[in-house]
Design a protein around this ligand. Structure first.
Ligand SMILES: [Zn+2]
Length: 371
C-alpha cells in the first residue's frame, strides 16, 4: 500500500520518506504503539516505499513493478513473520490466509488474525522453525528490490527461540531491513528490543478517525464523531463499529436521559430493562457515550459559547443536565459511569446494574435540587 492509503500519521510518514531518500534507513526498527494505531499499515507502506523504483518526494509511485507486487503482498524481497499455530508451523504455511486477511484489513489485531486461522483456544506462537526460515530467507541478496525487508508482526509472540535471530538483527547482511510492529514493549524479548530503533506510533486522534469515517464511508459528521468517541483512537475498532453497526441508539439514550432528569421512575425502570437486552458491547458503548455526553454538558456550562459536537436535541438535554450542576457532581457522575463500565465488562447483571446506576445518578441530581 502507499503511504497515502494509511490514515493519519503525517509526521511519521514524512520522517520515513525523508530518511529513506537521504539514505539513512536504520536496519532494525520497532514500530510501537497501542492497538489499532496503524503500525502494520505503516510498515507495509514503508516496505513498498524503500523498494519502489520510482520514489516520489512524498510517496511510492504505486505504478512500478515493485509497487504492484508490494501492493499484492507478493514482492519476492518483502517477507512477513506473524503468529501461527502448530508446534513446527512457519508463517509461509499460512501465507494465503495472511495475504487475504491483511489486504482486507491492515489494521487487524492479533486476536482476530488467530481466529481467522482457527486457532480457537490454542496460543499463537513464532516457532524455532520460523526463526530458521527467516535466517535462510535473509541469507540471500535482494532478488529484485533495493532492500530485503522482513516485517515481524507482533514480536511479542517470539519466545526465547527468538534469540536465534539476534546475530542477524545485530549484523544483518547489506540492504536488509527489519520492521517489528508491536503493541506491548514489555512482552518483547529484551535482547531483541534493545537491538532495534524505536519509532513510536501513537493512537489516532479522534479527529483523524472522524474524518476518515466521513470520507471513506460517507457517514454524517455526527455519526462519524460518535464512532471516533467509541473507538478511542483504535481505527480497527472504528472499522468494527462501522461494519458491525455497533452504534449507540441515540433515541434510546435520549429517552433514558429524560427519565433520569425528570425523575420518572416507572419509565426509567422500563428503559433499563430495554437496555439490558442490547448486549454487553452495546451497553458499554451506551455508557461511554453517556460519559462523553456528560463531559460535553460540563463544557457547555463552563464555556457556554463553545461549539459542541452534539445535535440540537442532545444540546437541549445537555443544557438541562448542566443546570445547577457543579464540577463536584460531574465528577461523581463520571465515576459512577466508569464503575458501571467496569462492571459491564465483568459480566454484572445488566438490569440491576442500570437500575442501580440510574438511582445513583438521580440522587446526585436530587442533591443539587434540594439545595
Ligand atoms: Zn513504485
Amino acid at each position: 500500500m502507499k503511504f497515502r492509503d494509511v490514515i493519519g500519521h503525517q509526521v511519521l510518514k514524512q520522517h520515513l520518506i525523508e530518511s529513506t531518500l537521504n539514505g539513512r534507513v536504520s536496519h532494525a526498527q520497532l514500530f510501537l504503539g497501542p492497538l489499532g494505531n496503524g503500525g502494520l499499515a505503516l510498515a507495509l507502506a514503508y516496505a513498498q516505499f524503500v523498494n519502489c523504483t520510482n520514489q516520489q518526494g512524498n510517496d511510492s509511485c504505486g505504478q512500478c513493478a515493485a509497487c504492484l507486487k508490494a501492493a499484492k503482498m507478493i514482492h519476492p524481497d518483502i517477507h512477513y513473520t506473524y503468529p501461527t499455530v502448530g508446534a513446527k508451523a512457519k508463517s509461509t504455511d499460512f501465507a494465503a490466509a495472511w495475504r487475504k486477511a491483511i489486504l482486507e484489513n491492515p489494521y487487524l489485531n492479533g486476536f482476530e488474525w488467530l481466529q481467522q486461522i482457527e486457532a480457537e483456544n490454542r496460543q499463537g506462537n513464532m516457532t524455532a522453525e520460523e526463526c530458521e526460515s527467516i535466517i535462510h530467507k535473509l541469507s540471500f541478496k535482494p532478488f529484485e528490490g533495493k532492500y530485503k525487508v522482513l516485517i515481524i508482526w507482533l514480536p511479542e509472540y517470539l519466545s526465547k527461540e527468538g534469540n536465534r535471530l539476534l546475530k542477524l538483527i545485530e549484523e544483518p547482511p547489506a540492504s536488509t531491513l527489519f520492521i517489528l510492529v508491536a503493541h506491548r514493549a514489555e512482552k518483547i524479548l529484551t535482547t531483541i528490543r534493545s537491538r532495534t530503533q524505536l519509532l513510536n506510533v501513537p493512537r489516532y486522534p479522534d479527529e483523524v478517525i472522524q474524518e476518515t469515517v466521513e470520507t471513506r464511508f460517507g457517514w454524517s459528521a455526527d455519526k462519524a464523531k460518535q464512532v471516533a468517541i467509541l473507538a478511542e483512537g483504535n481505527y480497527n475498532r472504528a472499522l468494527a463499529i462501522v461494519n458491525g453497526q455497533q452504534q449507540v441508539d441515540i433515541a434510546l439514550f435520549i429517552r433514558w436521559m429524560h427519565s433520569l432528569l425528570g425523575q420518572q421512575i416507572p419509565q426509567n425502570v422500563l428503559l433499563n430493562e430495554e437496555i439490558a437486552t442490547i448486549g454487553r458491547e452495546a451497553q458499554k458503548n451506551f455508557l461511554k457515550y453517556t460519559l462523553y455526553f456528560l463531559r460535553q454538558s460540563l463544557n457547555k456550562s463552563l464555556f457556554p459559547d463553545k461549539v459542541l459536537g452534539l445535535t440540537s436535541q442532545e444540546l437541549a438535554l445537555a443544557t438541562q443536565l448542566a443546570e445547577g450542576l457543579g464540577i463536584e457532581q460531574y465528577e461523581k457522575m463520571a465515576s459512577l459511569l466508569e464503575d458501571a463500565i467496569y462492571h459491564v465488562e465483568r459480566n454484572a447483571n445488566p438490569k440491576i446494574l442500570f437500575l442501580h446506576l440510574s438511582v445513583q445518578l438521580m440522587e446526585v441530581r436530587a442533591y443539587v435540587r434540594s439545595r
